[in-house]
Design a protein around this ligand. Sequence first.
Ligand SMILES: C[S@@+](CC[C@H](N)C(=O)[O-])C[C@H]1O[C@@H](n2cnc3c(N)ncnc32)[C@H](O)[C@@H]1O
Length: 361
Amino acid sequence: MILYTPEKMLYRFVLMASRHGMDPEKCSGAHTSGSSGKERPDRCIGGGEDPSGFSEKTGGGPGLSTTRDYHRHVPVDLMRELTICESFAGPDSPYAVALESPSSYGAMVGDFLARNGLLRENAIICEAGGGYGSLMHGLLSSRGDSIARIYMIDLSRSLLQKQRLLLSAWRERITSIQADIHEIMGAFSGVDLFIINEVLGDLNTLTAVDPASIPREVRELVDAYDLDIPDRPFNFNIGAVKLVETLCRSGVPAFLSEHSCDPIIPESMPFLAKGLELDAYPREIRLYRHSEYTIRFSHLERVARAHGRRVSSGSLIDLVGLKPSRRLETIFLTRACDTDTHEIIFELLDHIREYRWLTIT
Ligand SMILES: C[S@@+](CC[C@H](N)C(=O)[O-])C[C@H]1O[C@@H](n2cnc3c(N)ncnc32)[C@H](O)[C@@H]1O
């Protein structure tokens, strides 16, 4: 169900409420008061019980890591998370010194989409988890003439409001929907492209799964897609895997990016592999009042291929066009950070080297 709020600016999707026969008005009240920043249980969706049937981890056995309450009830500060998108919010960002041609992340993604035939004329685009709206701002500023309509989906009401403010120049082309990706994506049709940038790590992750007693829901996915799993307890990106399954069923092309646990180091910068001690399975990243998990991209690729979709993936370093140089190599290998610029470059390289993009067409 999609409701139209009195502010005439926000649709709210309350699938679970209607499924459970709850009153959507009461549900919408719970969400609105949540935007005050006080954490409180949500009686309509999520709360203690997750639709996946797993409970949050209390010790022993697999648990569910979910950021649902955090994103719904806490005013999110993305500057604490250092997303690549915000790091390159504009061509004048401090990190832009490392770029071949300084630009905003949204414009760089737009160039990438156009080069790869993913941005058609008069495109209708759905971005889920748009944060402050910086990617869409860069995309519309550089390629707004080719974009007819935008749907912005987000769990966070405060972020949807920030997005609308930043994107006010294109207001009449934008529809904002407060909804959970886990629930709404399967109901979406009539779009030409999904953009899901640095969101997968926020989605549900099953933690400490014992390979000797795998929960049925994971076993079904592992068997259906022949997913490789280790012979020791592991974390499983169940939200991301199911999202890709849903995107594939929709038949719509998608661009995704996230912090990976199986990164691709660009051939032009082999030195970036130094000190990477990854076991290729999702690991926890603790952030302010929530945790994210890195994403096993090879699982997502397998799911998409099994659905007959074409898959392409690479390092975000190549997408943004970091210029390989002896200077970058020296700063990274020796950590010779005797100026602020060196420190910024080191921090950027150390962070972005684990990020990947994935397109599904
Ligand atoms: C880490 S931020 C990334 C923001 C932006 N895409 C960027 O790259 O800077 C994650 C975004 O996804 C949203 N989000 C997280 N979980 C979600 C869910 N289950 N459904 C919808 N949106 C979600 C958050 O509110 C936030 O806007």
